[in-house]
Design a protein around this ligand. Structure first.
Ligand SMILES: Cc1cc2nc3c(=O)[nH]c(=O)nc-3n(C[C@H](O)[C@H](O)[C@H](O)COP(=O)(O)OP(=O)(O)OC[C@H]3O[C@@H](n4cnc5c(N)ncnc54)[C@H](O)[C@@H]3O)c2cc1C
Length: 393
């Protein structure tokens, strides 16, 4: 049997779930099809930093209650290099913007709970294998659910199905242009049951490679080490990880890295990727389905949120006025922000990591840039504005 909905959303990650919530609040019907089961989606460890604009939209759509109770407000980050450190003060440099530490797992849990309690259908275990008719008035989504083949016809289909999703392939090959950079290093990320050794995130440049100290809560630390591509986490004992972190965070003064039991280890590859345009006919892409950034700038989840804010606004405008003007502008509007975030993420990555082919000249350029951020409020403000997030256009 074929069903129809106004907006078919493929993917129940942050982009798909937030879009469904925003559409619900505008009285626009939709269906979310998510290939994985609920437990898997809720446990998937990924991002942890929310920009001001992301927090604002979560609050305004009713998903801010636990975030306000449990999220940690951060007013800056610390940079470390050459055994020295410098704090970048976000509110002072941006006119009051800040960031929140609140894990993607928790954002997803909050949005799923709202959706199931009072929202449009959200189907888990619904694997989409084709999107057809992008350039017709009734695009169709084909998926498998509860062992049966099903079809959903839609006014619009939104691909929120991440980097490995299927929606992108509904755009004709000749209409797509992709831009990509794969970095010659990865991150080994750990979760540890130990109170963070810092109040704000520490981004460390070191001759041994990059390290990041982040956190999930007052009891759980999240730390990352730059490692070679192809690294097997099993080659890194807990002791080796802590020793290496300690060496990379080394700073003059009496700072100490607290150690604790490591509860998870995973290697994340680093990639920049953009596909253009983000719309073809009645099929649109949002979030990681359209663009990937290396996590150094903490932008992935925030970009996904920005896309769906623009999209929900455009679909609401269409419902209220019958005009497709905002939908027609969707791809260009989002891509301006996407490319800014791509640049910032590339900048943070290349300034802080050690490329295996790096020369001493390259290292001196990195140090010069870090010195400049410490010396110039203008240079620091450029970092702070991008990190805390630009206004959503
Ligand atoms: C391993 C990893 C670690 C990361 N760590 C960080 C980090 O530390 N900091 C940071 O800022 N960002 C990080 N990111 C990026 C950030 O998590 C993403 O940008 C964010 O998840 C984007 O949300 P999304 O909804 O667009 O995509 P996703 O979260 O990828 O969601 C896509 C959803 O679509 C579903 N799906 C896929 N194909 C289909 C299909 N055919 N049918 C139905 N459903 C489908 C998937 O199961 C998934 O639930 C990380 C990403 C990854 C992959």
């Amino acid at each position: 049997m074929q069903h129809h909905t106004t907006v078919g959303i493929i993917g129940g990650g942050p982009a798909g779930l937030l879009l469904a919530r925003l559409l619900h609040n505008h009285g626009i019907d939709c269906v979310v099809l998510e290939s994985r089961e609920r437990d898997y989606v809720e446990q998937r460890q990924r991002a942890g930093i929310l920009e001001q604009g992301t927090v604002d939209v979560l609050r305004s759509c009713g998903a801010g209650e636990r975030l306000d109770r449990e999220g940690l407000v951060h007013d800056g980050i610390e940079l470390r290099w050459n055994r020295r450190s410098h704090r970048v003060d976000f509110p002072a440099l941006t006119g009051g913007r800040r960031v929140w530490v609140y894990a993607q797992t928790e954002v997803v849990k909050d949005l799923i709970a709202l959706q199931l309690a009072d929202g449009a259908p959200l189907l888990f275990g619904a694997h989409v294998h084709a999107v057809e008719g992008a350039d017709t008035d009734r695009p169709v989504v084909r998926y498998r659910h509860e062992g049966r083949e099903k079809t959903l016809s839609c006014d619009y289909v939104i691909g929120c199905d991440g980097f490995h999703g299927v929606t992108r392939s509904a755009f004709p090959e000749q209409a797509r242009r992709t831009y990509e950079r794969v970095y010659p290093f990865s991150w080994l990320g750990i979760l540890a049951d130990v109170a963070p050794s810092c109040e704000e995130l520490i981004y460390a440049h070191s001759p041994r490679g990059f390290a990041l100290h982040s956190m999930r809560s007052p009891e759980v630390s999240r730390l990352y080490l730059q490692v070679p591509n192809g690294t097997d986490p099993a080659d890194w004992s807990d002791e080796r990880i802590w020793d290496e972190l300690e060496a990379r965070f080394a700073v003059d003064g009496d700072w100490k890295l607290e150690r604790g039991p490591v509860t998870s280890k995973a290697v994340l590859p680093m990639r920049s990727f953009v596909t253009e345009p983000m719309r073809w006919g009645r099929v649109l892409l949002a979030g990681d389905a359209a663009h990937i950034v290396p996590p150094t700038g903490a932008k992935g989840l925030n970009l996904a949120a920005a896309d769906v804010i623009v999209l929900a606004r455009a679909l609401a405008h269409l419902k209220e006025t019958g005009s497709t003007a905002l939908l027609d502008a969707y791809s260009d509007t989002c891509l301006r922000r996407v490319w800014r975030a791509e640049h910032f993420s590339w900048f943070m990555t290349t300034t802080l990591h050690t490329d295996p082919a790096q020369s001493d000249f390259d290292t001196r350029l990195q140090i010069s840039q870090l010195d400049r951020i410490a010396a110039s409020p203008h240079a620091a403000a450029e970092l702070a504005e991008n990190y805390a997030g630009l206004e959503i256009g």
